[in-house]
Design a protein around this ligand. Structure first.
Ligand code: ATP
Ligand code: MG
Length: 449
């Protein structure tokens, strides 16, 4: 890291020199100005990260200087040095946008510590601004849906734009939560098929004996239990896009039938002899390599080759650390808006925590962590480190979904009760639930006021 630039403003020469030497020894790049007016002339050249200014000076005093700095929208943080016991002045300084103030006589270590915090704050703001700029550059709409500034994400957005225009079938590979479904939707929404339906089928979620009827539909009476006619997913997606999600878990028999439909571009409902012409783009999503699966005999090679016209590989979050910060920021501001809270500030330590976490749940996990952080569910410390730990704990112990949801609800209600000093009416209002629902939940979850 480069040395943070500090502009020292003080009318006393002895003071300026002493501070200059001390800050230089402490890892900063100090510059000095003998008055606030001179400092204002210097700021555009020096571009300080932090300005350290005395309050009592002839000419423009520290407070007026602070206001001038803020009016010019300089990115620097300002720290004021006030006289001993000048509390009113200190309060006014904070209100006017000072980062902090120090009362004379101050301890030099304390000064260095405060300067360091201010410099980190500025660096953090700069980093976020630069990530935002990268995000705003290029194709805005797609970048808003596929957030990320890493080379991998840029390449992905380029590939999505290119592939959206051509009707080739495609396979999307990626670990859980890397965005396979979002990418499939983007391929549809940015294609000439956007007006027709996007239909997603989770092949792992359909029992083997129902998969044909689910995909191809059936006529009334086609088999026991088929009381009325049913339109299948292929037909639903006609003119549009069909996502075969988790295709690796499709039974081999169904694979053969799907292959036939894809090759002939015709579908027959189960129990019917009429072939319906299809114009559907097929996108398959898989967590595992289908080439390997077909080599191992677990996936039909012919279906694999038929689908393998275009492939997209989604990169896990742990391999794109900068995206992780950007994604977290993105979900944090979204969640704060939704929960009507001000987004908690991120500190440099939080960024480190984000970058070093392994994110086994990928973007989905980043989103959940940002939401917990926005809600402040992990109070009192609320350091992001804690949030990340709470986040991975339930996944590791893998309680059932219902247990985890109940746990989440309990903590949320407790938190809200605490925030409103036990007022049920206030919690009803803030969580927007009927009073009855709230009291039922409290009883069931064992929450007391
Ligand atoms: N690049 C991204 N930008 C913004 N949101 C994203 C991005 N990637 C994923 N998401 C969000 O993360 C969550 C998980 O994404 P998605 O459901 O597409 O993942 P998946 O790969 O299909 O996961 P699974 O294999 O578990 O089904 C969704 O809420 C999605 O909106
Ligand atoms: Mg998915």
């Amino acid at each position: 890291m480069t040395r943070p630039k500090v502009l020292i403003v003080d009318d006393e020469e002895m003071m300026r020199t002493a501070l200059e030497q001390w800050l230089s020894l402490s890892g900063f790049d100090p510059h000095v100005a003998a008055s606030a007016d001179l400092a204002l002339q210097m700021v555009d050249d020096v571009r300080p990260d932090v300005i350290l200014s005395d309050v009592r000076m002839p000419g423009l005093d520290g407070m007026a200087f602070l206001r001038a700095v803020r009016e010019r929208r300089l990115p620097a943080e300002v720290i004021l040095i006030t006289g001993h016991g000048d509390v009113a002045m200190a309060v006014e300084a904070m209100r006017a946008g000072a980062f902090d103030f120090l009362q004379k006589p101050y301890v030099p270590d304390q000064l260095v510590e405060t300067l360091r915090r201010a410099a980190e704050q500025v660096a953090l703001r700069r980093e976020v601004a630069s990530l935002r700029r990268q995000l705003d550059g290029g194709d805005n709409e797609l970048a808003g849906r596929l957030v990320g500034a890493s080379p991998a994400m840029e390449a992905l957005r380029r590939a999505v734009r290119e592939l959206a225009d051509i009707p080739a079938d495609a396979i999307i590979y990626g670990e859980t939560g890397t965005g396979k479904e979002v990418v499939a939707r983007c391929l549809h929404d940015f294609s000439p098929r956007a007006k027709a339906a996007f239909v997603a089928v989770n092949c792992a979620a359909i029992p083997a004996e129902l998969i044909e009827s689910e995909l191809f539909g059936h006529e009334a009476g086609a088999f026991t239990g088929a009381s009325s006619r049913r339109v299948g997913k292929f037909e639903h997606a006609n003119g549009g896009t069909l996502l075969l999600d988790e295709i690796e878990s499709m039974p081999l028999l169904a694979q053969a039938k799907v292959l036939r439909v894809i090759q002939e571009r015709m579908v027959e409902r189960v129990g019917s002899n009429t072939a319906i012409p299809l114009d559907v783009r097929i996108i398959a999503a898989s967590k595992v390599d289908l080439a390997q699966e077909s080599a191992a005999g677990r996936f039909r090679a012919d279906l694999y080759y038929r689908l393998n016209l275009a492939t997209l590989h989604l990169v896990p979050v742990r391999d794109r650390a900068d995206d992780c910060v950007l994604l977290f920021q993105h979900f944090l501001s979204q969640a704060s808006e939704r929960f009507k809270r001000t987004a908690p500030a991120l500190h440099p330590a939080d960024l480190d925590a984000l970058r070093s976490h392994s994110w086994p749940g990928n973007v989905r996990e980043v989103k959940a962590a940002a939401e917990r952080f926005a809600l402040g569910l992990d109070a009192p410390g609320r350091s992001l480190e804690n949030v990340l730990h709470t986040g991975s704990a339930p996944a590791a112990s893998s309680g059932s979904l219902a247990d985890q949801v109940a746990d989440f609800e309990r903590r949320l209600i407790e938190k809200e009760l605490a925030r409103h000093q036990g007022s049920i009416a206030a919690v009803v209002d803030s969580l927007k639930v009927p009073r009855r629902t709230l009291s039922e939940k409290m009883t069931r979850l064992g929450v007391r006021r």
